[in-house]
Design a protein around this ligand. Structure first.
Ligand code: GLA
Length: 389
């Protein structure tokens, strides 16, 4: 990969002198969906697929961007002065947003850069290609210009850039998972306090299999923001009768006791998902620690059902994929991962059953939706790294 990046860098930017290579992972969330912005827990892990960057500082204030994934767009140029979101700037709004966020936090960027990216995550699949690019950018800024930023702080800056520069009201999970990844471990994160623990994931002949629905995620950002607003309404109603700060403060029992305070039926279901999904996440981590992978898988299935029925972020395609997966031999659990409205499922499956799984699920998905699914077996990887030249 390094040679390929440097060759391409030379082709695009004239020479490779002084270019450094970086990598930042993508992530998959094992369980704990739509809980982060509700003050609950999440349980994601970083992946060995992600985004590579070849980067060199410049002597002027110019930024030049090129992505091998969007080669047809050619080199995009802008200045470090007056960074602002630009609807015509495509993917470069992500790195630009992070640069803007560093400056907002008082870290002035001294010079421009030539930046070439190459992603190994399928775009728009729900495996956080954007958070991967954001964390990569922040990591590069720290390395090139000597800013000292901890992993959790980097995650917060990247989230801030996505919220304020790119207008997506996301929680902290994706950026945190990419910035803080650890090989063979998932991250049990309390999104309210940002306290976290690494939990070893011993696969014991099991694999994490990602199935990409290849369904375009139309309107995903506005639907995402709508779900957030519905949860906020539910919380405001609950706060009239009980002193809580977030939905994550509630156990299932407490929710049952106070749920009638939530006036709107839809908001009540959204809150029910947030509360029970948080409880499932805590239980799933316990199951994993006890080596009870069967229980972990069952909780994944319950998570999907709740995302489908109460949170309504799955849609027909994701439901077909998860339900078909859950019926296959060797499958312990399968669920939507990420925000939803398309994207991927994550399936916990015995390694020897993968081939048959892909055949059966691929066929059923094609027959029922007319779409062709893609499958990737993934490994849990570490956080961002630099390969010095
Ligand atoms: C997106 C957001 C995360 C999280 C998930 C849903 O990936 O970026 O913060 O809310 O959706 O769990």
């Amino acid at each position: 990969m390094e040679q390929k990046l440097l060759d391409e860098f030379e082709k695009i930017f004239g020479d490779r002198e002084g270019a450094r290579i970086y990598f930042s992972p993508g992530r998959v969330n094992l369980i704990g969906e739509h809980t982060d912005y509700n003050g609950g827990h999440v349980f994601p892990c970083a992946l060995t697929i992600g985004t590579y960057g070849a980067v060199r500082g410049r002597t002027d204030r110019k930024l030049r961007f090129y992505s091998m994934n969007f080669a047809e767009e050619g080199v995009r140029e802008c200045s470090l002065e007056g960074l602002a979101p630009d609807p015509d700037a495509g993917w470069t709004n992500y790195p630009k947003g992070v640069m803007w966020a560093f400056e907002e936090r008082g870290m002035a960027i001294p010079s421009g850069m030539d930046i070439l990216l190459c992603g190994t995550i399928p775009n728009g699949s729900g495996l956080s290609s954007s958070a991967s690019v954001e964390v990569l950018t922040g990591f590069i800024l720290c390395d090139l210009f000597g800013f000292e930023v901890s992993g959790p702080e980097l995650a917060k800056i990247c989230q801030f850039s996505e919220n304020e520069f790119n207008g997506v009201n996301c929680g902290i999970m994706d950026q945190f998972a990419c910035a803080m990844g650890k090989e063979n471990h998932a991250i049990f994160l309390d999104a309210a306090s940002l306290e976290y623990e690494y939990v070893p994931v011993q696969m014991q002949g099991l694999k994490l299999l990602i199935t990409n629905s290849c369904k375009k995620r139309g309107l995903a950002d506005s639907k995402y923001n709508e779900r957030r607003a519905e949860c906020e309404r539910a919380l405001a109603d609950l706060q009239m009768v009980i002193g809580i700060e977030t939905l994550g403060d509630l156990t299932g029992e407490m929710f049952e006791q106070y749920k009638s305070a939530i006036k709107d039926e839809t908001c009540r279901r959204r809150a029910r998902h947030a509360v029970y999904e948080n409880q499932r996440t805590i239980e799933a981590v316990k199951a994993l620690r006890d080596g009870d992978m069967e229980a972990f898988g069952r909780l994944m299935n319950e998570s999907h059902r709740s995302l489908s029925q109460d949170y309504e972020v799955t849609g027909e395609e994701m439901d077909v994929l998860a339900e078909a997966a859950q019926r296959q031999k060797g499958v312990l659990g399968s669920r939507l991962t990420g925000a939803g409205f398309g994207g991927c499922t994550v399936t916990l499956i015995r390694e020897e059953d993968i081939e048959e799984f892909e055949k059966n699920v691929g066929r059923e998905y094609r027959e029922r939706t007319g779409l062709t699914a893609e499958f990737y077996s993934v490994e849990i990887g570490g956080g961002p790294v630099v390969h010095y030249q």
